[in-house]
Design a protein around this ligand. Structure first.
Ligand code: NAD
Length: 327
C-alpha cells in the first residue's frame, strides 16, 4: 500500500515525498512535472489532476492520499486554469482516492479561505467565517467542500489543513523567488504592482527607488508595518505527517503554520543588516497586511511543534544567497 503525494514536484510535496520515502513508505507522486526522485519505492504519474484516468492511476493501491498540489495564481487570465486544477482536479483526485479504498485523504487548503488578510477577528481560528476574496481562495474553499462531502458520506477519513504562507528558507532572500521577490525586494515589487495595475502603489514605490537593488519594508497607508505568518516548508512537512498518521486528525480542520507572525518592522532591518542591502520604507495605499492566525488546535490535539523561527530562516537564507552569488 502506498501514500500518494500530489504536487510531488512542488515546494511542499517534494519534501513530503522524500521524507515518506526516508521513513520506509512506498510513495506515488502525481504532478504535471517530474519530481526528479529516483528511489525503488517511488512511482510517479505525470498528468493533470483533472484527468480522471491519471487520477485513477495515481490512486491505485493507496492507503492515504496527500493532495498537496494546486495552481497558485492571482492572475485574472488564470481563472479557467485555476478552476480546472483546483476544483475539477480536487474532485477527480478525491473521487479516485475514495474509489481505490484509500483510508485517509489530507487536503492542502489555504488561509485564503478566511481570508487572513481581511480578518473578521484575530487570532484567526478554524471557526472564523469563510469568505474568500480571490478566485484562488474560492477554489480552495470549493476544494474543502468536495473533501468535506466525501468525508460526510463516509467515503474515507478526511483532514483539511489550512496552510499558512509557506516558503523554503533558501527562497527568502532571492529577488527572483515568486513569493519573496515582490514581498521583500523593491524592483520585483514595483514590477508586481505594475502588473496588478496599482498605479498609486507603483508611484509610492518608485518614489523611494534610486535605481539600486534594495529591500523594502511595506507599511499600510497609516504607516502600520505589514505582519503575516511565514512558515518554513520543513515545519509544514511535520504537520502534514501528523495529519496523515494521527488518529485524532480524522474528520478535522486545522490551521497549519508558524506560531508567531513575522513583523516586517523587525524582519526587514535584520535582512538588510545581514545582506548589506539598503532598506527602503514605503507606505502603500490601503489597509495593508497584518494578521495573526492561531495554530493552537493542531499544537494541542496533534502535538505539532514548529521549530523554524524567521531568524533561523534568515540565517539559512543569507547562506543560500551567498552561495547563489558565488556560483
Ligand atoms: P508549488 O507551486 O511549489 O507546487 C504545486 C505543484 O502542483 C507543482 O509542482 C505543480 O506542477 C503541481 N500542479 C499544479 N497544477 C497541477 C495540475 N493541474 N495537475 C497536476 N499537478 C499540478 O506549491 P507549494 O508551495 O508546494 O504548495 C502546496 C500546496 O499548498 C498547494 O495546494 C497550495 O495551494 C497550498 N498552499 C501553499 C501556500 C504557500 O505559501 N506555499 C500557502 C497556502 C496554501
Amino acid at each position: 500500500m502506498s501514500i500518494v503525494v500530489t504536487g510531488s514536484a512542488g515546494r511542499i510535496g517534494s519534501r513530503v515525498a522524500r521524507r515518506l520515502l526516508d521513513e520506509g513508505e512506498a510513495v506515488v507522486g502525481f504532478d504535471l512535472r517530474p519530481a526528479g526522485i529516483d528511489h525503488p519505492r517511488y512511482r510517479e504519474v505525470i498528468g493533470a489532476f483533472s484527468d480522471p484516468a491519471a487520477a485513477r492511476q495515481a490512486a491505485e493501491g493507496a492507503k492515504a492520499v496527500l493532495h498537496l498540489g494546486a495552481l497558485m495564481s492571482w492572475r485574472r487570465e488564470d481563472a479557467d486554469r485555476l478552476w480546472e486544477a483546483n476544483v475539477t482536479g480536487t474532485r477527480m483526485v478525491a473521487e479516485a482516492a475514495a474509489a481505490a479504498g484509500c483510508r485517509r485523504f489530507v487536503f492542502a487548503s489555504s488561509g485564503e479561505v478566511y481570508p487572513e488578510n481581511v480578518p473578521a477577528y484575530q487570532p484567526i481560528d478554524e471557526d472564523h467565517p469563510l469568505a474568500p476574496r480571490t478566485p484562488y481562495g474560492l477554489t480552495k474553499l470549493l476544494g474543502e467542500e468536495i473533501v468535506r462531502f466525501l468525508g460526510r458520506t463516509g467515503a474515507m477519513e478526511t483532514v483539511i489543513l489550512r496552510f499558512s504562507h509557506t516558503q523554503d528558507a533558501a527562497e527568502l532572500l532571492d529577488p527572483d523567488s515568486f513569493f519573496s521577490g515582490p514581498r521583500f525586494f523593491l524592483h520585483p515589487k514595483i514590477r508586481q504592482q505594475q502588473a496588478f495595475g496599482n498605479a498609486a502603489a507603483v508611484a509610492a514605490l518608485v518614489a523611494v527607488d534610486d535605481g539600486r537593488e534594495a529591500l523594502v519594508l511595506s507599511r499600510n497607508e497609516n504607516g502600520r508595518p505589514f505582519a503575516m505568518h511565514i512558515t518554513d516548508t520543513r515545519d509544514m512537512v511535520e504537520g502534514i505527517l501528523l495529519a496523515v498518521r494521527h488518529p485524532a486528525a480524522a474528520g478535522e480542520v486545522f490551521n497549519l503554520g508558524a506560531s508567531e507572525p513575522v513583523d516586517f518592522a523587525r524582519a526587514l532591518p535584520l535582512m538588510a543588516e545581514r545582506t548589506g542591502l539598503p532598506l527602503r520604507e514605503v507606505n502603500l495605499p490601503g489597509p495593508g497586511v497584518r494578521y495573526r492566525t492561531a495554530n493552537h488546535k493542531i499544537r494541542e490535539r496533534l502535538g505539532f511543534t514548529p521549530t523554524w523561527t524567521i531568524e533561523r530562516m534568515i540565517d539559512e537564507a543569507v547562506a543560500a544567497r551567498s552561495a547563489r552569488q558565488r556560483s
